[in-house]
Design a protein around this ligand. Sequence first.
Ligand SMILES: [Zn+2]
Length: 351
Amino acid sequence: MQKTIERIAGDSEGTIYEFPVFRFDGTDGTAASAYLQAALHAGELPGVVAIDALMPMLAKAEAEGRIRGAITVVPWANPIGRAQYHFGEHQGRFHLGTRTNFNRAFPLLAAPDLKLLPDTSLGGADQRLKSRLLELSLGRDVVLDLHCDDEGLVYLYIHTSLWPAMADCAAAMGADAVVLWSEDSTGTFEGASIMPYQNVPANVSRFDRRAVTTVEYRGMLDVDSALAASDAKGLYRLLATRGVLQDPSVPKAGDFTGAVVPLENIDMMPSPKAGAILYDVKPGDRVAKGDRLATIVHAPGEPGGRTEVFAPQSGFILTRRSRRIIRAGEDLLKLAGDRKSGDARSGTLED
Ligand SMILES: [Zn+2]
């Protein structure tokens, strides 16, 4: 395994950002290769600690000659966001300089060709970082971008072109749910990792062995050693299932038994009022149409000071907010509906 340090020039003289990259050489040039990154949203740490638990497993596999395809690991992919604090609060989701989401505005290439990457010398540090992360990952067969939600289940975003071919991956990781999406014009890392393969010959796209997903490892506070160990095992099983590494003790992936939800079925549930949220439901709960999801206390102690929010359709709760203060129009939770949502925003990849 080799460790190298990536350097991203800052936007002024004297500022430079660094992050480590770990590479394992494979023994078989024809085997599937892999790229894993965590904390692109720099405060989302379940994936960081999962990688921390995975690395000794990879080191052991390497020592025993069982790593077949090349593996690149970027445990903390966003040194810019990692360093952003605003009035004492960490801000890892948006670049403070541009207000751009760190998981948007990745270059969307027409083909998996690094020569198509834009010149980012004048583009800003966050654009340079995005371009470099795409460069590190493009061409890898398995590309995993590890995130988490506010509070949530373990779920994967997967492009429809890779489903159901990636059901083995979802099963290996023990995901609770898979959310299928088909269009991304915003340039998420996942979109930038899969869109270049949509209009190229089949011997380049290789959808039979390609696996690209945004992994949502529950919530921001679900950072602990037991979950990290079990998530690392899930990542390891996925790498074994896809032949990136060899381990006879890993059983063949069974059928995926979690929920499969088209993105169009997600109801985002905007809050009608600003106030304090009293939730009636938590991630994983099944709800029927008309069930109360939450009460917003917007005028405490006053008649009419509470507003209730009800399920627009049946389904299950995928995520909810970790903080209990909300503004009108902000999303209360994600309801994975049994049917297409009436909310026009529900078709966008929302991470
Ligand atoms: Zn995220």
